[in-house]
Design a protein around this ligand. Sequence first.
Ligand SMILES: CC(C)(COP(=O)(O)OP(=O)(O)OC[C@H]1O[C@@H](n2cnc3c(N)ncnc32)[C@H](O)[C@@H]1OP(=O)(O)O)[C@@H](O)C(=O)NCCC(=O)NCCS
Length: 181
Amino acid sequence: MTRIGELAGTGDAAITALLDAAFGPARHGRTAYRIRLGMAWFTDLSFAAFDSDGQLIGTLQSWPVALHGPDGRETPLIMVGPVAVVPAMQRHGTGRALMDRLIETVDLHPGDPLVMIGDPEYYGRFWGFSADATGDWAVPGPVERHRLLTRAAPGVVLPSAGSLGPRGTALVAGAAATPAV
Ligand SMILES: CC(C)(COP(=O)(O)OP(=O)(O)OC[C@H]1O[C@@H](n2cnc3c(N)ncnc32)[C@H](O)[C@@H]1OP(=O)(O)O)[C@@H](O)C(=O)NCCC(=O)NCCS
């Protein structure tokens, strides 16, 4: 039986070991890490999955980021990820349970739109993420366009242009963001 709870209180070493197992140690160079560089994860929007022995088997973290518009305006976004399940336990519904908890939480008190880099076949199928808004967004590193996904409350229109990066920091045009590939 899998239990979903808060990630806060889980030690950094356990989280790191799980992420290394799911993604490999080279994960720090990934574009997603650069988008949220220097930010601290939201404790109320980050979750852990535990097995029946209380062992950590999955994590989901959410971070403050923003789309920095060409006019200097910042649109706050919540970056979701990594979502990770230990390899031996994948495809047993744990990732889905973690994401369900996040989506239940954000839908209860709709706030900033979500953004993530992930498989649209998974995040679109269950939670309605799509790449429709992000075609012209600049990101600080390579990304496959169809995997740069957002999910906003009904009626919210996201800007069509801007640079994704950490929240609350002035981006110098062209310095931190490069067009995605
Ligand atoms: C991606 C990941 C989080 C999914 O969690 P999981 O517990 O393994 O998957 P679930 O059991 O919740 O999957 C539910 C359904 O989605 C499907 N699915 C799972 N991962 C998928 C993917 N990447 N693409 C498409 N479908 C996927 C499953 O086959 C299953 O389908 P079914 O209900 O028709 O059988 C997990 O496999 C993982 O940690 N992968 C490595 C790290 C990673 O790539 N993370 C995502 C980027 S942040």
